[in-house]
Each structure stands twice: as C-alpha cells, then as structure tokens.
Design a binder for this molecule. Structure first.
Ligand SMILES: Nc1c(C(=O)O)ncn1[C@@H]1O[C@H](COP(=O)(O)O)[C@@H](O)[C@H]1O
Length: 179
C-alpha cells in the first residue's frame, strides 16, 4: 500500500468480504495508488456509514469502492451521501450465487449512480478507479496504456498457443486472424 494519503476508499460490509475485495487493493497497488480499507456497513453501523460518505471528499478521497454481499445496500447508500464516484462490487455469498448482491447494487434510481462491476469483480473495480484517476493524471494515463498493451500481448500470445495446439492436433488445418 502506498504511504501517501489515500485517494481511494475501499470499504465493505464485513471483514468476510475481504477475500473478494482484496483484488481491488492489489490492482491499486500495481498502479501505486494510495488507498484505505475499512468495514462500513449501512445495515449494522448506519451512522458511521453516513459519516464516512459525508466526509470522504473532504478527507481527500477521489473514488470509493464499496463491496457488499446479499442485501447489498452499502454502495448505493454511500452514493447518496457523497458527490464522489462510487464503484459497487457485488460480493457472492453462499446462497443465490451473488445474484442478490448484484441486483441490490446495480438497479439504482436515476440521479444516484453506482458503477457496478461483475459479481466478485473487485479487480475491475480497482482498475476502474485507476482509470477515473488517470483522467486527470498524465503519468497514470501512460501506465494504463502500458497495462492495456501488456493485456493485448498476453491475449495475442494465447491465440498463438491455441492455434499451434489445434493445428498440431488437426494435422495442419489453420484458422484465426493470422497474426
Ligand atoms: N450487505 C451488507 C451490508 C450493507 O449493505 O450495509 N452490511 C453487511 N453486509 C453484508 O453481509 C454479508 C455477511 O456479513 P457477515 O459475514 O459479517 O455476517 C457480507 O457480505 C456483508 O457485505
């Protein structure tokens, strides 16, 4: 974790969400973005949750990543009291495969946006926060471009390996983009 004052707040409804939410922190680490981590539950600690949301911008945070499972009201409630962008992570629990979490987070009323990532998609939440910050940071934007280039190279390499494997098995019949 970078030692600068945090610009991203990673919060979750319970410490039991951390195994999923950790991937957001790892993505931010890759881009050397400073963040803080806390448990802030709309259901179990509503006053603290409101205070967190109301104070976040004043404390220097630029983006909030909020993960919760089940009746996942935390991201939407935070979005209702902060002007900052809120990224919601639906945490899958043992029942309903995270569909409950997803639907609780994604279907916000007009006027109160939450950028919802996929069920368990905490890594993308971290990467989306990095992109939001990069919009006003040329250095970070350059790193994001490099990251995208690496992804491209990895995917291209996977295609090459797959074609080689299938062409080998089929005795030389090829397919694909030819790159
Ligand atoms: N969805 C919420 C909220 C909330 O939205 O305020 N607070 C806790 N929780 C969720 O309850 C699940 C079980 O929590 P426990 O493991 O503590 O029982 C967690 O996934 C948490 O995010």
């Amino acid at each position: 974790m970078s030692r600068n004052s945090p610009v991203v707040g990673i919060v979750m409804g319970s410490d039991s969400d951390w195994p999923v939410m950790e991937a957001a922190a790892e993505a931010l680490d890759e881009f050397e973005i400073s963040y803080e981590v806390d448990v802030v539950s709309a259901h179990r600690m509503p006053r603290e949750m409101i205070a967190y949301g109301e104070q976040a911008a004043g404390r220097g945070l630029k983006v909030i990543i909020a993960g919760a499972g089940g009746a996942a009201h935390l991201p939407g409630m935070l979005a209702s009291v902060t002007p900052l962008p809120v990224i919601g992570v639906p945490v899958p629990l043992k029942h309903l495969d995270g569909m409950d979490s997803l639907l609780s987070i994604v279907q916000m009323p007009a006027g109160v946006p939450v950028a919802t990532v996929s069920v368990g998609g905490a890594r993308n939440a971290g990467l989306l926060a990095a992109r939001i910050l990069a919009a006003h940071d040329e250095e970070l934007l350059a790193r994001m471009r490099e990251f995208q280039q690496e992804l491209n190279e990895q995917a291209t390499e996977k295609g090459k390996r797959l074609r080689a494997r299938i062409e080998g098995a089929a005795g030389g019949f090829g397919f694909g983009t030819g790159t």
